[in-house]
Ligand binder design. Structure first.
Ligand code: NAP
Length: 542
């Protein structure tokens, strides 16, 4: 840094805290920090708030965590008064809830919409972060908090001659707010992760023809979604506080699932299949993964579970060739994000739906009218890209983030993310991440993890304020040991075999490193709390 005089000029909008992003993470950060008396704003690139739930307005979009769990816990009144119509909420209901929260807690006046931060630099002389938007607006703040999301940068695939297609095209992660009518249209959908499975099942209901272009078959389980049962809701709300506490005592941050006690190898075939069957009928991903203690740590145990689901697929899908193509063999079940569906496999029994294998016969090009596979042209009116996201690090790398030594975050993380607890990265002082890489975020109930992170940061800032400290920085040594710990934990499981977005495997050229912390929410929270109790060892406070 060459500047020697203070540069807090009046033209810059200076705040105590700037939060980047106004999704679920950004909104709670804003609320919490306002409550602590900070001068704070959130800056959001979208034209509306909501983050993930604003951008992903594709048909069929729904959460795979139960509504009563996937909601804020910070206000008893809010959680008591809000009514969720269904067990698993659809996107429109979640977006409604998000807007209700923002209105109820007067957050909208503190949000700058339509403003994309493209540059963030730490100024060591003034001990502030200087931010610049794509409109060339300047802001500065004492603390910069990234609530930019883990699945917020869509991955538009590169296909030969893609630009030639003259029909409509959409990416599930950038879906327009207006209703898109697919009735009587020939639709091609590329991608069979959670978004593709949800979107196709809905689009198939009225499209003239739907071609699902599948590269890798994935495991999907029945959601068994249903309207909220008033008695269950009432009982849950009576004990809400207890349920929220109980969620913190689980690995995924979701209460209500009795943990397994037996290995899948301890029981005979009949009992094992009976247990899988009960879980299949119950629906949900955690219930299934909780069939036995070792589905994610023991290959044989996992093989039993994988084969159970493959048998279900073969039973549901009438055409044996299609059924076999839908059977996943590329990864152990659960090591890629498990999908929850509402009739996905059954959809392939519809006359208007066809599965196209693009693993053995890749797409060779696009024409004005469709997609070419194996010299055959599939004529299409519209194409839906459900091709995923540059997960976990994508949104952070979309901003040029520089520290006082002129080192960019991209440079620092070129071999994969380096963080302490997924909360901070060494040598980037006063820069926090909400559910950053190497935290449980994406492997947990996201809202619970958001609240835990924001509360931790808020408490940290309060401690600093009381003790007159102005700067916090993660120590490189603690970062190193945390990164190693995350890897050690992952290496004891089958997750590294998954070739998933958890490890950046879906983005060509991205360094393959397993990014989430999978030691579980309860262990992680204990570690974070212990650090506070011990006075923040692992961080420099000055
Ligand atoms: P995803 O899981 O990464 O799936 C992307 C799909 O696109 C994969 O099938 C992938 O095939 C395919 N694909 C990507 N590039 C391709 C190419 N060039 N050619 C052919 N196929 C290509 O993405 P997602 O479905 O959007 O889901 C991402 C995550 O968002 C989920 O795992 C979940 O955590 C979250 N999500 C949650 C919900 C929910 O709560 N229910 C809903 C939607 C999303 P390969 O596997 O061969 O790469």
């Amino acid at each position: 840094m060459t500047k020697t005089v203070s540069n807090r000029d009046s033209k810059t909008n200076h705040f105590d805290i700037i939060v980047i992003g106004a999704g679920l993470g950004g909104l709670y950060t804003l609320h919490k920090m306002l409550g602590q008396g900070y001068n704070v704003i959130a800056v959001e690139q979208g034209k509306r708030i909501g983050g993930t739930w604003f951008w992903n307005q594709y048909p069929g979009c729904r959460c795979d965590v139960e509504s009563l769990e996937y909601s804020y816990s910070f206000s008893e009144e809010l959680q008591q008064e809000w009514h969720w119509p269904e067990k698993y909420s659809k996107q429109t209901d979640i977006l409604k809830y998000i807007n209700h929260v923002a209105d109820r807690f007067s957050l909208k006046q503190k949000i700058v919409l339509n403003t994309k931060i493209i540059d963030a630099r730490y100024d060591q002389i003034d001990n502030i972060w200087r931010l610049r938007s794509s409109k060339n607006d300047s802001y500065s703040c004492d603390f910069c908090i990234m609530a930019t999301g883990n699945l917020s940068v869509p991955n538009p695939p590169k296909f030969p001659r893609l630009e030639e297609f003259r029909g409509d095209s959409y990416h599930t992660g950038l879906w327009p707010s207006k209703h898109i009518d697919f009735s009587n249209k020939r639709v091609g959908l590329i991608g069979t992760g959670s978004s593709g499975v949800q979107a196709s099942t809905e689009i198939a209901k009225n499209a003239k023809h739907l071609y699902v272009f599948q590269r890798t078959a994935n495991f999907s389980l029945p959601a068994r979604n249903k309207p909220s049962d008033p008695r269950t809701v009432e009982a849950h709300k009576r004990e809400y506080e207890k349920k929220r506490q109980a969620a913190f005592a689980t690995p995924f941050g979701i209460s209500g699932y009795p943990p397994p006690t037996k290995s899948a190898l301890e029981v005979n075939d009949q009992i094992r299949n009976q247990i899988f069957e009960e879980k299949w009928l119950e629906g949900g991903t955690i219930s299934f993964l909780y069939s036995f203690t070792d589905l994610l740590t023991n290959q044989t145990a996992n093989d039993y579970a994988s084969e159970f689901v493959r048998k279900k697929i073969r039973k549901i899908v009438k055409d044996p060739k299609t059924a076999e193509l839908l059977c996943p063999h590329s990864h152990p079940i659960g090591t890629k994000r498990l999908i929850l569906d509402s009739g996905y496999y059954d959809m392939f029994n519809q006359d208007n739906v066809q599965l196209i294998d693009i693993k053995n016969n890749p797409i060779t090009g696009f024409t004005e009218n469709g997609i070419i596979v194996k010299a055959k042209e599939y004529l299409l009116d519209a194409i839906v890209f459900a091709t995923g996201f540059d997960a976990m690090t994508g949104a952070l790398h979309n901003i040029d983030i520089y520290n006082h030594r002129g080192i960019s975050l991209k440079q620092k993380w070129k071999e994969g993310p380096l963080t302490y607890l997924g909360l901070m990265t060494a040598d980037f002082p006063n820069f926090f991440m909400i559910t950053g890489p190497q935290s449980p975020g994406v492997k947990s109930n996201m809202i619970l993890s958001i609240e835990q992170h924001v509360n931790w940061v808020a408490q940290c800032l309060e401690t600093m304020r009381k003790s007159g400290k102005r700067t916090i920085n993660a120590k490189e040594t603690s970062e190193k040991s945390w990164v190693n710990h995350c890897k050690e934990v992952a290496d004891k499981t089958l997750y590294p075999l998954g070739n998933s977005w958890y490890q950046g495997a879906n983005i060509p050229g991205k360094k393959k490193v397993f990014m989430p912390y999978i030691g579980g929410v309860q262990k992680y929270k204990n570690i974070c709390d212990e650090i506070v109790r011990q006075g923040y060892p692992g961080f420099h406070l000055s």
